[in-house]
Design a protein around this ligand. Structure first.
Ligand code: N2P
Length: 339
């Protein structure tokens, strides 16, 4: 009798310790998933989230395919989800468990890499563009060629992302960013060789830091990072490169061999709640694809020119380029080591 009373008391005091604690292994970009969202999810569901980070799609996929079967939820960009779907590496989502998908605006459904909406949930979308500290740079800056000038040597930060760098160089050559042939790559080599000598910082995790602390005066960064600079000071202007800008749609997806698929779907459904999605926008001001959440954003948030650019220039999405992805990595590694 005394013992059963004790057990009852323990269940009331520590419910998680008696019921088998559920886990969710989240493998996602750094600076992208607010801690309060993770904590809110755990509080709501009792599921413990282990958040491991990466700084590029390529890094994520190489770890994922290295055989680790521990990840339950990953956060690939459009083109990398497309590649994983082709390789049958993602699990189909049971939409009856993710009814909040209805909150996503139509324009972010039926994406080219997942045309039947089987495998992915949009997280945030954005662009890659130029940030200029206009206190320090008085020249008009419109595109990549304006950034990579000798006079800006050692004053530039860029994301450390090979696919990005190559796409910018292709755009200055008026070549399509998804047409990765050996010949096109060779044309970018001299451009990239010149550029890497001018760059002071490569940083995909937090490129805003070098701008905010004044180490650099210009950057080519994720739009959410640029939006955070703008929130600190309007001297940081955001410009979509006139040679052609790139837009990304980052997604949540479940690896085919994920041990905790149900928990992963619960997380998907949770972050699709408007008030939770707003928390993500508050912390990481990318473009929110959740129409219901957007209604909760302030005028100031919606007027941030990096989060919601007014510019109606055409924006291209990356597509899966298969094996050519390693040719890009090789080229950028060579160019960097020669620099
Ligand atoms: C978040 C990085 C955004 C990823 N820190 C761009 N696809």
């Amino acid at each position: 009798m005394r013992l059963s009373k004790w057990i009852l008391a323990a269940i009331i005091a520590f419910p998680g310790s008696i019921a088998r604690a559920a886990d969710l292994n989240l493998f996602a970009w750094s600076e992208y998933v607010p801690q309060e969202v993770i904590d809110g999810f755990t509080k709501q569901t009792g599921i413990n989230v282990h958040y491991e980070t990466y700084a590029s799609n390529e890094e994520m996929v190489s770890k994922l395919l290295a055989g680790a079967s521990k990840y339950d939820l990953i956060q690939p960009s459009d083109y990398m989800a497309e590649a994983l779907i082709k390789k049958h590496k993602l699990a189909a989502i049971d939409w009856s468990q993710v009814p909040n998908i209805k909150n996503i605006a139509d324009e972010f459904r039926h994406l080219p890499g997942d045309p039947h909406d089987e495998f992915t949930v949009p997280w945030m979308t954005g662009t890659v563009g130029i940030v200029v500290n206009t206190d320090r740079v008085k020249d008009p800056i419109h595109g990549y060629n304006d950034v990579f000038q000798d006079k800006f040597k050692s004053r530039i930060v860029v994301v450390n992302d090979s696919r990005e760098l190559v796409s910018w160089a292709l755009s200055t050559l008026h070549l399509p960013i998804n047409n990765i042939t050996e010949a096109n790559l060779e044309q970018t080599r001299p451009i990239l060789t010149r550029w890497v000598k001018l760059i002071r910082v490569f940083d995909s995790d937090s490129p805003k830091t070098a701008l905010l602390n004044g180490d650099v005066d210009l950057g080519i960064v994720w739009s959410g990072e640029a939006a955070l600079c703008w929130n600190q000071s309007h001297k940081f202007q955001y410009i979509l490169p006139n040679e052609g800008a790139h837009r990304f749609i980052d997604l949540l997806a479940i690896p085919a061999n994920a041990p905790h698929k149900s928990e992963a779907q619960q997380f998907m459904n949770y972050i699709l709640r408007p008030e939770v999605s707003k928390l993500i926008s508050d912390k990481f001001p990318y473009t929110n694809p959740n129409a219901a959440a957007r209604k909760l954003l302030t005028k100031e948030q919606l007027e941030n020119p990096a989060s919601y650019p007014k510019d109606d220039q055409k924006l291209d999405l990356f597509r899966d380029i298969g094996k050519q992805s390693s040719a890009i990595d090789r080229l950028v590694t060579e160019v960097k080591s020669a620099g």
